[in-house]
Design a protein around this ligand. Structure first.
Ligand SMILES: Cc1cc2nc3c(=O)[nH]c(=O)nc-3n(C[C@H](O)[C@H](O)[C@H](O)COP(=O)(O)OP(=O)(O)OC[C@H]3O[C@@H](n4cnc5c(N)ncnc54)[C@H](O)[C@@H]3O)c2cc1C
Length: 287
């Protein structure tokens, strides 16, 4: 749900919107809406073949956030003692309880993709490949995406979002960030296909000219943008799903992994539900 402040405003570069199905998540979203944190964005997106736009199609209500989607994560953390530090290097489990980088803790939640969690786990934690006898290894793969943000002086298009046919080439998705956030800025965000991202994984800037040309072609924008920004998401989307909502990785049940890889669909709501379920388990286990 990451974004970046570009030319004075936040731009959503990762997740593009969220949808709501389950009542528990709907209550969280309603609270955000009442406090002006989240806003219904649109239920209509176009399709595109790289050149022409198809008719707009209705789907579920998509939600955005005036302050960017990251602001919703920060809102959930309000009142909680959050301390950030350098990336965690190791998580160990033991008879006396787990530890994180050598500091004893009551419980550990790894809310991240398998390829980021696995290197942290010591042999006494079941997700570790060398301890694969204890549980299925955490070996799901994630595919990458490159995000391109571009700003113009004025809006030259009339779409909220476009699902671009991946066979058309470089792009899979285009969004109007100004309409999504509700401030009207003439800013577009495009996401590459996983194939293009793989090609430019080490130097994502190398994908910019191809992505910009595809974006302008799809929306028939004649002039160049005033600015652009490129960001790589190495672990954008799990390539497979799981039915388990989370997994406990040690025998004491106090080290767990959750996130969008632990849901039937890799979405914001799936990540929230997975974390909520693991949190509920830990509260019960520790109280
Ligand atoms: C390009 C893109 C587009 C998307 N579009 C949509 C969309 O339109 N709608 C939708 O619903 N969802 C979308 N998603 C999916 C949505 O963003 C994810 O489902 C959700 O954000 C996953 O949350 P998470 O907490 O499981 O994991 P993540 O958001 O991946 O968070 C994992 C966190 O762990 C941190 N971390 C990793 N290793 C360490 C370490 N060693 N120490 C400390 N921290 C560490 C990472 O820095 C990261 O902050 C999109 C995702 C991407 C990338």
């Amino acid at each position: 749900m990451g974004g970046r402040t570009l030319h004075g405003r936040t731009v959503d570069l990762g997740a593009q919107y969220f949808t709501v199905r389950e009542p528990a998540f709907a209550r969280v979203v309603e609270d955000w809406r009442e406090r002006g944190r989240a806003r219904p964005w649109t239920d209509r997106f176009h399709t595109g073949d790289g050149q022409q736009l198809g008719a707009a199609k209705r789907g579920p209500q998509r939600w955005g956030a005036p302050g960017g989607l990251r602001s919703l994560v920060e809102d959930l953390a309000t009142g909680i003692d959050v301390r950030q530090q350098e990336p965690v290097q190791s998580v160990r489990a033991g008879a006396a309880g787990p530890d994180v980088d050598g500091v004893r803790v009551r419980a550990v939640v790894l809310a991240m993709p398998d390829p980021q969690a696995t290197p942290l786990l010591s042999d006494d934690v079941a997700g570790r490949p060398s301890a694969a006898g204890l549980a299925a290894p955490l070996d799901h793969h994630w595919s990458p995406t490159i995000a391109l943000a571009a700003g113009w002086a004025a809006r030259r298009w009339d779409v909220d979002g476009v699902f671009v046919n991946a066979d058309a080439g470089a792009l899979g998705w285009i969004a109007d960030d100004g309409r999504r956030r509700g401030d009207g800025a003439a800013v577009l965000v495009a996401h590459s296909t996983p194939e293009l991202a793989h090609e430019h994984l080490t130097t994502p800037e190398g994908a910019e000219s191809t992505m910009l040309a595809a974006l302008r072609s799809q929306l028939d924008i004649r002039d160049q943008p005033q600015w652009t920004y490129v960001r790589r998401w190495r672990y954008a989307k799990p390539e497979s799903t799981r039915d388990e909502p989370y997994r406990l990785l040690d025998e004491s049940g106090t080290v767990g992994i959750c996130g969008d890889g632990w849901s039937p669909a890799a979405k914001v709501e799936g990540a929230w539900s997975s974390g909520d379920a693991l949190g509920a388990h830990l509260v019960e286990r520790l109280s």
